[in-house]
Design a protein around this ligand. Structure first.
Ligand code: MSP
Length: 522
């Protein structure tokens, strides 16, 4: 039997109307953590991210700066691309909605929807928010600063707009979507998002048809056969997930291998687009639906929503400069349960880093490796017999931890997956204190060797497991243990690949520095 070991994961594509900040990096990182995890677990992974570059807002920003929308979007998209290597993101591709491959895919998809009888031309009149690129119903709005302006639930200003528009027969899909959610409860996570989406689709009177073109600006993908219209940004944006795989060529190697996606990771505010509109478009076009859409929550900073006007926007560079790449990655994924909203505060971050990294894993590795260096001639020590305590730790390191971590990762419980790994860190730190190898040097050097061996073998497994969250630090630890580069996958956690006695070990160096809170606060 061959296992279906391939995995396709996507981030939302980010709007280019602002610079990348911690919130964007968070979703991207959540995908990177999973992508690296799956690769280490033997999967062939395709990991996509990109930028969403059309729409009136982009045109307006470009006009303000006196440059073309293309020039503007080239600049901002580049900033999003530059962040990726800085955060050690392992994406396989970067899609831009201004790529020719993407525009062609959008037009092909449009024609499919049209051929299915799901597109018609009509007039649209309604309250439109440029900021959200969305129309709102009157029941969702509150009065604005003047009679021509209303305020959307998102806080965006809405103006009354009347235009000719193409519509998608979303109303045809109410029952089909509800049946689909019923049959595939794993399609939407977490549960709070599933409930919200279901309630929206099950609204009284069912889903309303969706306006999917605009005539009031031209910075978009032209509607095939009617250049007066450009496509609504969301039909354009959502198509990125397949255009990057070579759609409309359904035999393209990437499309045939990786579609349907295993997961679209999205912020919780855009589940409606991913769990209602996108599956309806795909059903209409006869294309398979993604397996899961998982929504992450929103970060606020020191209790406040991040905003330019408050001046509290945390950029990826702020994080990297303060904490380093790996600790930033760790802290973002471990501070709060994935799917929940969270408050980012520097004192919480410093505490977490010191506790788990400097005092936890770092201290374990540093003190063990220094003892081996000093007392075992800088070699993996020779082992005689393991006792029950040694075996309990080794079993957890070789088998038990990864099994639990794997099931937590598959359920997007990132925070619990990390907690499980740190259970092993704590167990190893408890073991070292109980065994007190420093006292054994004189009294029982053979036992000291066994204890130190048990510890460095546990550290080998820990380092293999933390590679997906802290790739650089994990690699340093694995180098210090002289683990060959081709023996660092999860398959190599097993005893079969255990450290070999007599292997020479390089001089250890600390991997996780302790942070000073005072200095951070200053
Ligand atoms: N362009 C659309 C998505 C199209 S996908 C086909 C969009 N872009 S966005 O630039 O506004 O970024 C959206 C994503 O960034 C959110 O869905 C979320 O994943 C992430 N975040 C932005 N700010 C965030 C926080 N403050 N906290 C957590 N994630 C946040 O919507």
């Amino acid at each position: 039997m061959t296992l279906d070991k391939k995995y396709y994961i996507t981030t939302p594509i980010y709007y280019v109307n602002g610079d990348p900040h911690m919130g964007h990096v968070y979703t991207t990182l959540a995908c990177d953590f999973m992508a690296r995890f799956k690769r280490l677990d033997g999967y062939d992974v395709h990991f996509l991210t990109g930028t969403d570059e059309h729409g009136l807002k982009v045109k307006q920003e470009a006009d303000k700066l006196g440059i073309t929308p293309q020039e503007f979007t080239d600049q901002v998209s580049q900033k999003f691309q530059d962040v990726l290597p800085r955060m050690n993101i392992s994406n396989n591709d970067f899609i831009r909605t201004t790529d020719e491959r993407h525009k062609a895919a959008c037009q092909a998809l449009w024609k499919k929807l049209e051929a299915a009888g799901d597109i018609y031309l009509d007039k649209y009149a309604g309250w439109y928010a440029v900021r959200d690129e969305a129309y709102y119903g009157l029941d969702e709005l509150t009065a604005g600063p003047d009679k021509d302006t209303m305020i959307a639930p998102s806080g965006a200003e809405c103006k009354w707009v009347e235009e000719e528009s193409y519509f998608f027969r979303l109303s045809n899909y109410t029952d089909k979507l509800l049946e689909f959610y019923e049959a595939h409860p794993e399609f939407i996570g977490p549960n709070s998002s599933l409930k919200e989406v279901k309630a929206f689709v099950a609204q009284e009177g069912g889903l309303k048809d969706l306006s999917i073109s605009r005539t009031t600006f031209d910075w978009g993908v032209p509607v095939p056969g009617n250049d007066k219209h450009v496509m609504y940004v969301w039909i354009d944006a959502l198509t990125n997930y397949i255009s990057a795989l070579g759609y409309p060529d359904e035999d393209a190697p990437l499309f045939s291998k990786f579609w349907p996606a295993d997961v679209h990771m999205v912020g919780k505010e855009i589940t409606r687009f991913h769990c209602v509109y996108w599956p309806a478009f795909l059903m209409s076009a006869g294309i398979a639906l993604p397996k899961t859409v998982f929504a992450n929550g929103w970060w606020v900073v020191e209790g406040e929503k991040m905003s330019k006007s408050l001046g509290n926007v945390i950029t990826p560079d702020t994080l990297i400069e303060r904490y380093g790449v790996d600790a930033s990655r760790y802290v973002l994924m471990s501070l709060i349960p994935f799917g929940n909203d969270g408050n980012f505060a520097h004192d919480l971050a410093v505490h977490k880093i010191n506790n788990d990294l400097a005092n936890g894993l770092g201290n374990l590795a540093q003190r063990t490796l220094s003892m081996v260096q000093k007392n075992c001639e800088a070699q993996v020590p020779a082992v005689s017999a393991f006792n029950d305590e040694d075996n309990a730790l080794l079993d957890k390191a070789h088998k038990e931890t990864i099994e639990t971590v794997r099931s937590k990762m598959d359920a997007f419980k990132y925070h619990e997956a990390l907690q499980e790994i740190w259970r092993l860190v704590n167990m190893a730190n408890g073991y070292i204190d109980a065994q007190a190898p420093w006292g054994l040097k004189k009294t029982d050097p053979e036992r000291m060797a066994v204890v130190l061996y048990t510890l460095i073998e546990t550290i080998r497994c820990l380092a293999i497991m933390v590679q997906s969250i802290m790739p650089e630090s994990a690699a340093k630890i694995l180098d210090q243990l002289a683990v060959p580069e081709d023996q660092r996958g999860f398959i190599h956690l097993s005893e079969e690949y255990a450290l070999k006695s007599g292997t020479a070990l390089p001089k250890p160096e600390g991997v996780f520095p302790r942070l000073e809170l005072e200095e951070e606060a200053a």
